[in-house]
Design a binder for this molecule. Structure first.
Ligand code: FAD
Length: 458
């Protein structure tokens, strides 16, 4: 049966005290992948997952479905390494979509996975082309060749995707698209088949090394793996190191074949429009345009609970995709949603193990965790099992480090002021560059300011 047609029947809650080898908090991709790779390598291990709502309730069940062979900040992290190690690191990252595809095949998980690559488009103003070409040069300096990233001129781009004002695009094959909720639910079933027990509707109220506590039961475990990403603020001390931000998405009704023939994306490619503000999408397997744009941060890192988007939130996204695809200006939106995601202070993920306390943690993926969480799960499994491998020797792996040693976010109101200053500079830049009437000096000034603000993020 199609996994999305199944009734959403929660699994049983934790109703008693338990003992386990590994207790995972959160049944998103990170928790599920960690459980999966642990059980595949050590079938006798007693692994339990304790989830506040249902598996996939968090960002994992509600994202934009880009399964990237990348990691946020990879260029900074791998750029520091000698060439051979750097090449190994990139290869590991680029292999993520194929690894996920292979597990999906093996476990019978149908999540509409198609590996069509990704198109980073210069689609609104000429500076986007220049910036993408600079990005390509930077990739070349890191040793990445035509097989990893290549430039598509306007005509070559149009063979894959027709956007209103195309200048060209950077294409990479290392990306697939998925239906995110199907992947989360399929994975939950796969780990259950391997013997992992998942308890749902069981919010963990507090945790410490060796133990987690819910309202109706406690799990004592040798290892504890908090995998709550965007919800870290609710589980001290994680919130000091990982902030919640929100991302919002809309989907159109299924669009007819003649419209798609004019737009493209026939192989399940992901696409983005390369402004400093996030704008990205995919054509779903059932022919909808799934389109995400812009994010948000709430004072104090407060979580957003209600993701019924307001009329303004829907309209903004509709206008943005209407600018890219004028034939879709009147397309009907049938779905709109969003979620909380986790951002680490240095804007790149961490995969951490503290063997003394027996705590392992992977997170801080920003908006790029669909693929990274697979790598995170694979890596945590190796770390917990005490193995040394290519996975555990990467610069995002922090060995023998306490969770509290992760870089901390500044206190409020600094975070709020910083976020708003950065976003305002991005909005200003985008508005000025999108207008052909903006004089050159103002374009340069706006771009310089936004670039300087962006550099503060690292
Ligand atoms: C709208 C949106 C679009 C996105 N698009 C993309 C994309 O296209 N590509 C990409 O790579 N990334 C994308 N991301 C990011 C990506 O979805 C996440 O990085 C990834 O899913 C994180 O997985 P996770 O398992 O670490 O966290 P989550 O999926 O958030 O899982 C955490 C789980 O912990 C549970 N939990 C929280 N608190 C407790 C508690 N106290 N007790 C027990 N359980 C608890 C939650 O209910 C949740 O199920 C997007 C995110 C959002 C919100």
């Amino acid at each position: 049966m199609d996994q999305l047609q199944e009734p959403l029947q929660p699994r049983a809650a934790l109703a008693q005290d338990l003992q386990a080898d590994v207790a995972i908090i959160g049944a998103g991709y990170t928790g599920l992948w960690t459980a999966y790779y642990l059980k595949r390598q050590a079938p006798d291990l007693n692994v339990v997952i304790v989830e506040a709502q249902i598996a996939g309730f968090g960002a994992s069940g509600r994202n934009g479905g880009w399964l990237m062979g990348n990691l946020l900040g990879e260029d900074r992290l791998l750029g520091k390494l000698p060439a051979a190690q750097r090449a190994e690191g990139f290869e590991l990252l680029h292999g993520i979509p194929d690894e996920v595809a292979s597990v999906c095949r093996q476990e019978g998980i149908d999540c509409d996975l198609r590996k069509g690559g990704v198109l980073y488009c210069a689609a609104r103003y000429p500076e986007q082309e220049r910036r993408l070409r600079e990005q390509l040069d930077a990739y070349r300096r890191l040793g990445l060749g035509e097989a990893d990233y290549r430039w598509l001129g306007r005509d070559a781009l149009c063979e894959q995707l027709t956007v209103a004002n195309a200048y060209g695009a950077l294409y990479s094959p290392h990306c697939a698209t998925v239906q995110p909720a199907k992947l989360a639910r399929g994975l939950a079933r796969a780990v259950e088949k391997l013997g992992v027990r998942i308890f749902e509707q069981s919010p963990v109220l507090r945790w410490q090394p060796g133990e987690l506590t819910t309202a109706h039961g406690r799990v004592r475990a040798s290892w504890v793996v908090p995998a709550v990403e965007g919800y870290s603020s609710e589980l001290p001390p994680l919130g000091k190191h990982q902030l919640a931000a929100q991302s919002l998405i809309v989907a159109t009704e299924p669009l007819p074949a003649d419209l798609w023939a004019r737009i493209g994306l026939s192989r399940g490619q992901a696409f983005s429009e390369n402004s400093r503000q996030v704008t990205y999408g995919q054509r779903s397997a059932d022919d909808r345009l799934v389109f995400g744009a812009r994010g948000g941060y709430r004072f104090g890192g407060r979580l957003r609970q209600d993701f019924n988007l307001s009329a303004d939130e829907r309209e903004l996204r509709k206008r943005l995709f209407g600018d890219l695809f004028p034939v879709l200006r009147n397309a009907r939106l049938t779905h709109a949603w969003g979620g909380n995601l986790g951002v680490a202070r240095r804007f790149h993920p961490h995969m951490l193990v503290d063997r003394r306390q027996q705590v392992a943690l992977s997170g801080g993926y920003g908006g790029e965790g669909v693929g990274a969480s697979n790598l995170g799960g694979r890596t945590l499994a190796e770390l917990i099992l005490g193995r040394d491998s290519l996975l555990t020797r990467q610069p995002w792996v922090l060995k023998e480090r306490a969770v509290t040693s992760l870089p901390r976010w500044e206190p409020e109101p600094l975070r709020w002021l910083g976020y708003n200053a950065i976003i305002r500079s991005f909005v200003l830049e985008d508005r000025l560059l999108a207008s052909p009437h903006t004089p050159k000096w103002r374009r340069q000034m706006a771009e310089g300011l936004a670039a300087a603000m962006e550099s503060l993020m690292h």
